[in-house]
Design a protein around this ligand. Structure first.
Ligand code: SP5
Ligand code: ZN
Length: 349
């Protein structure tokens, strides 16, 4: 399989709030490194780097002012707080828009960080923009390879993207890599694109971006948002609006879910995609459904991932696979390889 990857992500390791304590995020550089190492160890893969970041494409799925904010945020933080430790400091939102308020634009960096984010698990450090723009470039480069005739390709994106909305970061996500890939496929001629999201968490950002659209449909299997992040969104009755009505499908499942109900939900989504008549597929590949994931509560096992990969391949569509979450770092490479093996029909020993 063609795999698009870069080392630039290593400059980004944000802080996240855990209770009232700031910790180094679960979303760590080691995650992408272990996946990369594991895939290098499988002789059949080909590796390439990303093209340069395409700000115009990002602006087709995000508010361009939000993209510009992300790029400028660390510099603005240092200008406001010159004593910030360049190595260990982080810029983070701390006040979010109250429900039913008008979303008026703040003028200070402190206000803007809250305006443009929705969760305290996500902050901006010195290397964040380089990593975020590189991750988005990986998504686009992966999509362009598929548009150019690769039957499928894997983008080793880090940081992940599926929580990033039109204009807010959160959930370890800043630019929505899956949305960028889907838009790239559309721009290169695919009439309708399906995005299927198998991360443990609901892909609220991807849902937000395509909510009103019928040219990109979004389906997600995830932990019930009454129990789990991002909490306010991801329910089964969220089906899209306007032209997008009927083109969004959520399959929330309770804590403790194992492979059997999970596969039933997948079959429901793959049937839906088949009936919709899609020209290409983007997969948000989160592996935090794993039983040993430290922040998640599903019960999938390594041996389940080849089955999932095989069922996704059976859709028979040109496919862009992108890494999202997965925090059992030691097992992440093995689990990712297991899914890709199943996808490519490689029998595991
Ligand atoms: C891409 C992705 O998987 N994002 C997930 C973001 C979840 N962040 C909030 C998690 C809150 C977990 N708190 C766990 C505390 C364990 N001591
Ligand atoms: Zn996740």
């Amino acid at each position: 399989m063609l795999i698009i990857t870069s080392d630039v992500h290593r400059a980004h390791h944000c802080l996240e709030l855990d209770g009232a304590t700031l910790i180094r995020s679960w979303e760590s550089p080691e995650r992408a490194d272990i996946v990369h190492r594991t895939l290098i160890g499988q002789a059949r893969h080909r590796f390439d780097g990303p093209a340069t970041f395409d700000v115009e494409l990002a602006g087709e799925v995000h508010d361009p002012a939000y993209v510009a904010f992300l790029q400028s945020a660390w510099g603005r933080w240092l200008a406001a707080y010159p004593d910030t430790d360049r190595e260990t400091g982080a810029a983070m939102g701390f006040a979010w828009t109250p429900a039913r308020s008008r979303r008026r634009m703040p003028s200070t960096i402190d206000g803007l960080l809250g305006h443009y984010s929705f969760a305290a698990d996500c902050s901006i450090v010195a290397g964040t923009w380089d990593a975020v723009s590189s991750s988005a470039a990986i998504a686009q480069t992966t999509a362009r390879a598929v548009s150019a005739g690769e039957p499928y390709a894997f983008g080793l994106c880090r940081p992940p993207g599926h929580h990033a909305t039109i204009d807010q970061f959160g959930g370890y996500c800043y630019l929505n890599n899956a949305a960028i890939a889907a838009q790239s496929l559309r721009n290169d001629g695919a009439g309708r694109v399906a995005v299927l999201d198998i991360d443990y968490h609901h892909g609220n950002g991807t849902q937000d971006i395509f909510w009103h659209r019928d040219d990109v449909l979004f389906g997600s299997i995830h932990a019930d948002p009454t129990q789990e992040f991002p909490w306010s969104v991801g329910h089964a009755d969220e089906i899209g609006a306007a032209a997008g009505s009927g083109w969004n499908r959520n399959r929330p499942l309770p804590w403790g879910t194992n492979i059997h109900p999970w596969l039933d939900a997948l079959d429901d989504l793959t049937t839906w995609v088949t009936n919709a008549g899609c020209d290409a597929l983007v997969l948000s590949v989160g592996l935090d459904t794993f039983v040993d994931d430290p922040i998640s509560r599903f019960a999938l096992h390594t041996g389940d991932y080849p089955i999932i990969g095989q069922r996704l391949r059976s859709l028979g569509l040109p496919t862009v696979l992108l890494l999202e979450g997965g925090y059992a770092t030691d097992a992440l490479g093995t689990n990712c390889a297991a899914l890709l093996d199943g996808f490519e029909g490689v029998t595991r020993r």
